[in-house]
Ligand binder design. Structure first.
Ligand code: 8X3
Length: 226
């Protein structure tokens, strides 16, 4: 089952799934910020798709890289509405079925930005810290149920719209983010999602962080006087 805001992109993925021999694909246009629509999409699931076994909460975005005191508040709101509230609405709508069936896996797409602060990360990083913490809170609530929760935390990935969106469509600026080193690819992340979901049922991968080898930590920053 595929959801997303852009119908034409959903259709393209459905075509890919068909070409790979998927037995059935259900698609629904969905903006996770729209709580009523989230509930409707889940309520209206067609019979073969009622029992969601794996939920991948992939919707999310970063906007801007300005310091907090200069950041655009509308962009902050969009990130909070999508990365925090949208992820919570979808999870809340899907979880009761998993609990009732005593089977399921919620896979949240967090970020290394939720673990490590970097200049300009501010609200984006904080939304991903929410994803990390919410994932662990779910684990606490789900004790005794065979419902798994994983936070997958990628570092720099090229090949999605991530940086183009962050820089408002500025393709050159986005390209420059990944200049001169080999970033992760969307396939690396998809493989990780597949791997965590194919562990034996008694294994819960709580969180998994991955970065390109050439991305690392800068250490503490110190502003010295004089
Ligand atoms: C994306 C990871 O390192 O580009 O969430 O902030 S990074």
């Amino acid at each position: 089952m595929l959801t997303g805001r852009r119908e034409e992109m959903l259709r393209a993925v459905v075509r890919e799934c068909d070409a790979l021999g998927a037995s059935a694909v259900h698609q629904a246009t969905l903006d996770v910020r729209d709580r009523a629509r989230v509930e409707r999409v889940v309520d209206d699931l067609p019979a073969p798709f009622l029992n969601v076994s794996i939920l991948v909460n992939n919707a999310g975005l970063a906007l801007g890289l300005e310091p907090a005191h200069a950041a655009n508040v509308d962009e902050w709101e969009t990130m909070i509405d999508t990365n925090v509230k949208g992820l919570a609405w979808v999870t809340r709508a899907i979880l009761p079925g998993m609990v009732a069936r005593d089977r399921g896996h919620v896979i949240n797409l967090g970020s290394v930005a939720g673990e490590y602060a970097y200049p300009g990360g501010n609200v984006y990083g904080a939304t991903k810290a929410f994803v990390r913490n919410f994932s662990m809170q779910l684990r606490a609530d789900l004790l005794g149920k065979r419902v798994r929760v994983t936070d997958v935390e990628p570092g720099m990935v090229e090949g999605t719209e991530f940086s183009v969106v962050r820089f408002q469509g500025d393709v050159d600026k986005a390209k420059n983010v990944y200049r001169g080193f080999q970033p992760l690819t969307p396939d690396d992340i998809a493989e990780t999602v597949f791997w965590v979901s194919s562990q034996p049922p008694h294994v819960n991968v709580n969180s998994i962080e991955l970065m390109p080898v050439m991305q690392s930590f800068a250490g503490f920053a110190i502003k010295r006087e004089g």
